[in-house]
Design a protein around this ligand. Sequence first.
Ligand code: NAI
Length: 256
Amino acid sequence: GKTILITGVASGIGARTAELAGQLGADVIGVDVREPAAAAGSFVKADISSKAGVDELVARLPQRIDALCNVAGLSGNTGAAATLAVNFFGLRALSEGLAPRLREGGAIVNVASIAGFGWRANLNRAASMVGIEGFPDVAEVVADHAVRNEEGYPVSKELLLLWTFRAAHQDLFKSRGIRVNAVSPGPVETPILKQFRTVLGDARVDSDIARVGRAGTSGDIAPVVLFLCSDGARWVNGANVPVDGGLEASINAEVL
Ligand code: NAI
């Protein structure tokens, strides 16, 4: 089978993606900062919030990987620096560190969010932050770019989307046919949704859910992540696929 690395496997979307990948015959290597209750495949405990954590993780992973699913993420309730460190800088450092081990024609799928919708409106700030190479002192980046704590989560997803588009055209990946895509879920019933309710307020979350009739489930997201990993998606590169029951479309339609 194919070897597929999935971060954030201890909970929610990552756990479901790992389970489904296993059912489809992949060799799953799960990564999380917490132990999963039930591991699908093998598990490596790691914290991707620092350069040391990412380097240590990369050193423990096999030499050949078919696909990387970047699912691990924080809600923003622990501050902008912590959130940007995991949701963007750690994710990117892991992807760049693993690039030489991804097979030709392999894939990276980044789980972004509807919350990253503003990447184009906030392009200058996003481009400036994405332009910082390596794993910077994230607290310094947050201060330099005046990112308020409540902006940490949406900004992290804006950076992730912008980087996805760029990485698809970056030699590190493109020269070996490694596709880089994003999936942007709307509200999904996982433990993080409770935290979003605290950060954003119930009214905002409930009105988003009401627009599309129900919240999503991890099972709504996982198949799309794995499709983008598969050879069936071989001509899909640098794309952002909203998986939100139509939420993003409804926002776009209102603006148009
Ligand atoms: P979750 O909270 O259930 O799972 C996130 C996982 O990431 C946890 O197991 C956690 O331990 C892990 N993680 C956090 N920090 C880490 C670190 N430093 N190193 C390694 N692992 C770490 O949340 P869920 O819903 O499964 O979220 C998965 C992704 O989907 C996240 O990137 C989230 O931003 C995104 N998303 C979720 C939505 C939702 O409503 N549930 C909506 C839009 C996007």
